[in-house]
Write a protein that binds this ligand. Structure first.
Ligand code: C5J
Length: 220
């Protein structure tokens, strides 16, 4: 049997990936591509509850946002060419230019807004390590374990968890706090993470983590 994921307050950070209006809000970029955003917005409530418990303990939260400079200089042409014509990165959308830093749609949904002192990392790629200071930030805090949440399960969450695993982090992905527009990808995406005895991580849910926080509080 593989060792279980150990919740250790001193070495664990909560990673909240790309909970941005462009992906989550009705009328936004994600929905304009024909996606069912309710598959993502169902994560907001459990994630907000988890963040409240996490903050009450003063534990580190790291938020990420996928997006690009207004001049698109950090967006590879191959990425820019993808998507429907007139619905590409940088085009005008309902919430400003799509996935452009500083635009309303690029920012995090109100319910999960970062508070003072929390790290917000802007990333041009799908993974949270690529072209960011994430590794240095985790090293500075002495973090070796990540509780991973956010959207989308099979894209930015998977890319991040796979690389985190290669870099030596233990990752726990929370099924109720990650979302895919596609129920099948959500199911299989989670199965892939924990397959073969945890090939690159573990899967649990937010009530389990909130209970672990309460239990470690009682032991103090
Ligand atoms: C996507 C993401 N799906 N945050 N981005 O393009 O997963």
């Amino acid at each position: 049997m593989p060792a279980p994921f150990t919740f250790d307050q001193d070495t664990t950070a909560l990673l909240v990936i790309d909970m941005q209006r462009d992906f989550l809000l009705p009328g936004g970029f994600g929905e304009s591509l024909g996606n069912d955003v309710s598959q993502l917005s169902r994560t907001i409530e459990p994630l907000a509850a988890l963040m409240a418990a996490w903050r009450a303990e003063g534990l580190p939260i790291i938020h990420t946002r996928e997006g690009h400079e207004p001049d698109l200089s950090d967006c590879p042409p191959a990425k820019l060419r993808r998507g429907l014509p007139s619905q590409r990165i940088g085009d005008p959308g309902a919430f400003g230019r799509i996935l452009i830093r500083g635009e309303y749609g690029h920012d995090i949904v109100d319910e999960l807004a970062p508070v003072d002192g929390e790290v917000v990392l802007d990333k041009p790629g799908k993974g949270a390590f690529y072209a960011t200071d994430l590794q240095e930030i985790l090293d500075k805090f002495g973090i070796t374990r990540l509780i991973v949440t956010g959207v989308t399960t099979e894209v930015c969450v998977h890319t991040t968890v796979r690389e985190a695993n290669d870099r030596g982090y233990e990752c726990l992905v929370l099924a109720d706090c990650v979302g895919s527009y596609f129920p099948e990808f959500q199911r299989v995406g989670l199965e892939m993470i924990a397959a073969q005895g945890g090939i690159f991580g573990w899967v649990a849910d937010s009530p389990t983590v909130i209970a672990a926080i309460a239990a470690s509080e009682e032991q103090k």
